[in-house]
Write a protein that binds this ligand. Structure first.
Ligand SMILES: NC(=O)c1ccc[n+]([C@@H]2O[C@H](COP(=O)([O-])OP(=O)(O)OC[C@H]3O[C@@H](n4cnc5c(N)ncnc54)[C@H](OP(=O)(O)O)[C@@H]3O)[C@@H](O)[C@H]2O)c1
Length: 208
């Protein structure tokens, strides 16, 4: 399965402020690109931290892609913390929640996997069995880290918006435990494109 990571960060490398609340970092041009990308992939995935912080719908907005098809929405939520009534459970677009506990969530199919950490290889296997070929991961930093650290990512796209948040606790595109210099993940820069008041950097992630 092809895995694409996408996020927007400030010019000081933060994907949200220290309050960890949703912030519009993308330019309008980048927002359009993200919605076009969503309409082209088979599934779009976030961690439950993003659902709790931002309450995203992850569907394709008519405004950006008229008639666009929304992909399957996926949440990694080991403890089934997705609040009832979350936007990701609405709109009639299918949603799958991978968890480590049995349970049900109105508006989503729950797939329980052995835990306590959701095995990403089993998530990708399950998606492939459903006939899905491309996955867009939209955050947050903990989830991006897990995909990258396990060598599962093909492309990494980051939009650098023209604003600064500061804050040592503000989340970044790739959080998690981090690596030492000798084990840094290596990228190949594919393109750098000005999109309104910011720059989109696209990378291929080198496989070790
Ligand atoms: N600017 C952007 O592009 C952008 C995009 C998305 C999000 N954000 C920001 O990012 C922040 C949220 O990021 P975050 O790092 O806190 O949260 P996150 O990555 O969205 O979610 C992390 C949580 O997801 C669960 N999870 C993910 N992978 C798992 C796995 N393999 N196994 C088990 N559990 C797994 C864990 O849930 P449990 O805690 O239940 O174990 C984990 O704590 C918010 O501030 C949001 O605004 C920014």
């Amino acid at each position: 399965m092809k895995v694409i990571l996408n996020c927007a960060m400030t010019a000081d490398g933060k994907i949200a402020s220290k309050e960890r609340k949703q912030a519009v970092i993308s330019s309008e041009e980048d927002m359009r690109r993200v919605h076009v990308l969503r309409s082209q992939v088979d599934a779009v995935l976030v961690g439950v931290g993003t659902v709790l912080a931002d309450d995203p719908s992850l569907s394709v907005k008519e405004k950006y892609v008229p008639g666009g098809r929304s992909p399957l929405r996926v949440v990694l939520d080991p403890g089934l913390r997705t609040p009832p009534g979350s936007r990701i459970l609405q709109d009639g677009v299918p949603t799958v929640i991978y968890s480590c506990v049995e349970g049900s969530v109105c508006g989503a199919e729950v797939v329980a996997l052995p835990g306590p950490v959701i095995p990403l290889c089993m998530v990708l296997d399950d998606m492939e069995k459903r006939g899905l070929e491309t996955l867009l991961v939209e955050g947050g930093g903990e989830t991006m880290w897990r995909f990258l650290d396990q060598g599962m990512v093909d492309e990494y796209n980051v939009f650098v918006g023209s604003m600064l948040f500061g804050g040592r606790s503000a989340p970044t595109p790739v959080d998690g435990e981090g690596r030492v210099v000798s084990e840094a993940m290596r990228l190949e820069l594919l393109s750098a494109e000005v999109l309104g008041n910011g720059v989109l950097l696209s990378y291929r992630v080198k496989k070790c």
